[in-house]
Write a protein that binds this ligand. Sequence first.
Ligand SMILES: Cc1cc2nc3c(=O)[nH]c(=O)nc-3n(C[C@H](O)[C@H](O)[C@H](O)COP(=O)(O)O)c2cc1C
Length: 190
Amino acid sequence: MDFKELLEKRRSIRNFEDTPVGVELVMEMLKETTLAPTASNAQPCNFIIVMDRAVIKRISDDSKANLLKEFAVNPHDRLRMYVDVLKDEAFNVFYNAPCLVLVIGDKGVATLDFDTALTVAYLMFAATSRGLGTCWINLGASVRDPDLLRELGVPDECRIVAPIILGYPKEVPMASARHDARVLKVIPGK
Ligand SMILES: Cc1cc2nc3c(=O)[nH]c(=O)nc-3n(C[C@H](O)[C@H](O)[C@H](O)COP(=O)(O)O)c2cc1C
């Protein structure tokens, strides 16, 4: 797969085959993510791999409940448009994926969000190159239940930045519409 094809085939996948993803394969891809650039080469990302669908569902349920509580306090929350879907008990924010990778990092790292985004991009490309699909699920990041966080092994000083679902796609959708790159100005060299 050349680079252009990799870019085109990397889609957000929300419909997975039942086929499990081997933990060794996930480890192999996570090793590739360590090549991602991070500020000061701090490499702040840690990973929790969840293959148990019952645990994945509990993470979904806790995150949904917490988001709904937050909307009640802050009606202008930018995720408020998802309120109806979050109220749907049957909706699993992780789309019943066979594998969930939680990318977590120390709350004190100022560049954690940027570093994580690049690390996740590497994970997405590592997965796509192997015929796997991924999707970043921000709706699944609002886990607060202390018992669940402890069970997941999230240290107190860390926060969940990126929940990434992984699995073999039932199908890879066409790229959704993109506008042209908005280049506001080109200042030519002299
Ligand atoms: C930071 C981030 C958070 C996202 N959160 C969600 C989410 O909670 N649920 C979901 O279904 N998709 C989520 N997505 C996927 C986007 O909807 C998707 O990337 C976008 O529609 C473009 O489609 P594509 O990834 O197939 O190119 C998220 C993507 C990013 C980068």
